[in-house]
Design a protein around this ligand. Sequence first.
Ligand code: DCP
Ligand code: MG
Ligand code: MN
Length: 338
Amino acid sequence: SKHDGSNRDSNPNSRTIELLQEMGKYYDQIHDQWRTLAYRRAVASLRKQTEKIVSKEQAFQLPFVGERLAAKIEEIIWTDRLQRLENARLEPSDHAIRLFLGIYGVGFSQASRWVTAGFKTLEDLENKATLTANQTIGLAHYDDFQTRIPRAEIEEHGVFVRKALQEIDATFEITIGGSYRRGAKDSGDIDVLITKPEIGIHYIRSTVVERLVPKLFEEGFLKAGLATTHKDTGTKWHGACAIPGSEVWRRIDLLLVPWDEMGAALIYFTGNDIFNRSIRLLASKKGMRLNQRGLYKDVIREPLRQRVTEGTLLENKSEEKIFEILGVPWRPPHHRIA
Ligand code: DCP
Ligand code: MG
Ligand code: MN
């Protein structure tokens, strides 16, 4: 359901893809991870087809398309609709849950509790619910945070953060990751990786937390902190920002990365999340472990695959080397959509 800029219109299956994608988006919103993944894979599979898929038998031949999905594809061909999707659109409690899930920081259990308490609209929450500080911000900026950020505006935010940071210390470097780095034409938030050559996390964290963040608030760029980092252990600062002069608040994630770990962090924060899951699974099949800090070997696992030791570091500095050690061909960020 992410806007990754693939060419949909020239695809003979564009209508099918559109409805399946919407169905997947619905499952994502109700936190049905298994179906979300199944729909995303099926969509990716359909995208690669050069012919129109018109029957369930034909659909079933495709990778990642099971019997039920194949039947849904046929339903779309015959009816130009998907009954399940229309049901989902109509169910009133689902509607409220999806509405509430759109509030920043609100998960499925909170949304369900509000529905159970009888709240149906954002106005209900505003007038009758007891909200945390973050929920209040999320609600007040509901539409802002739901609006995709155009690529050009992401770049403006990047320039603003880089300038402020380099005024503090000219050797700091920033990289915009996330869907922007994958080449998306618009993004849900701004993911900013911050590092400095030859330096560890402590200096980076204290510079960002004690100097950059206050400076950006003073300049009117930062508007609110949402999930802010612990002063001694954190590696991220999530908040809201706006280009000075603009009324629109955007979600921004500042991600603090030790210089040595940039390769692993770039892979992680470039995503997408499905690509990350598949590359991590591949690592684990090869007896290695990949996380946002590095690629490791000799990781000892408990029977239930819970990690006990970090293992030996194989590589963390270079994205290319991590791909190489994993034995997978280099994939540029634009192609990291599993
Ligand atoms: N990520 C992940 N697993 C998660 C969340 C995030 O692997 N559960 C990684 C992959 C994402 C990256 O972090 O690409 C940034 O997370 P975002 O939520 O900002 O997602 P994107 O930038 O990919 O998309 P959007 O345009 O919605 O921000
Ligand atoms: Mg993002
Ligand atoms: Mn993000």
